[in-house]
Design a protein around this ligand. Structure first.
Ligand code: HEM
Length: 197
């Protein structure tokens, strides 16, 4: 059926405003996405600048390997501020020499809060805050958090040298002097299992 010229004009206006509304939503959606992307780019850029800055300030250091069990207090000295610049980090009861990753964990690095400390709880809770506990047995962490800690431990074992165990109060340090150079402890015991051992 043929429509009148007035009806045609109204149809065009209606369809015009409907597509206008659609394009408004599209523009808003695009702007939101653009904003999120901009924020992410900014965060990555800032972190990248920080890493570059700290790698310039803290050039790579090659130090002799050490094998030693330590208490939390002993570990704390190795935050990279000592004369040799060595940085150690504990994860899931094991201490690793992360001096190679000094740009991350050394002074001025984005993860300096973990240098000379037990980073397990931070890794479990995605929080970059220094652990001030004397000894953290991690017993209140849930299974997912413990899983995350173990994944970080596995990553550290691949990337960094194992130094020894983090001693809980009353534990005696092990003697590593007669150990073969590559005779490292590859067990991935949880905090609870370690209590038994
Ligand atoms: C906005 C959040 C975050 C961003 C954008 C970010 C980004 C990055 C980047 C770009 C690296 C360098 C990777 C490389 O060059 O190998 C890195 C390393 C690292 N991140 Fe994050 N990160 C974030 C949050 C966290 C959190 C919450 C934690 C821990 C609680 C964490 C722990 C680490 C650690 C330990 C490393 C160094 C790993 C190593 O020793 O190789 N990050 N991160």
């Amino acid at each position: 059926m043929a429509s009148s010229p007035e009806t045609n004009i109204m149809d065009e206006e209606n369809s015009g405003s409907a597509s206008g509304f659609g394009s408004d939503i599209f523009v808003m959606f695009s702007l939101t996405n653009l904003f999120i992307v901009a924020v992410l780019v900014f965060v990555f850029y800032k972190l990248y600048c920080k890493l570059i800055k700290s790698s310039i300030e803290n050039p790579a250091i090659e130090l002799p390997k050490i094998r030693k069990d330590m208490t939390v207090a002993e570990l704390r000295q190795f935050d990279g501020t000592q004369h040799d610049g060595r940085v150690l980090v504990a994860v899931n009861g094991f201490i690793f020499d992360v001096t190679r990753g000094r740009r991350f964990y050394g002074p001025g690095g984005p993860y300096a809060a973990f240098g000379g400390r037990d980073a397990s709880r931070g890794f479990a809770t995605f929080s970059i805050t220094p652990s001030n506990k004397e000894y953290d047995d991690l017993s209140d962490l849930n299974s997912m958090e413990m899983e995350s800690v173990k994944e970080w431990e596995a990553q550290f074992r691949e990337k960094y040298d194992l130094v020894g165990r983090l001693l809980k109060p009353g534990d005696e340090p092990r003697n590593y002097s007669d150990e073969e150079p590559d005779d490292t402890d590859h067990s991935t015991n949880t905090a609870d299992e370690k209590k038994v051992n």
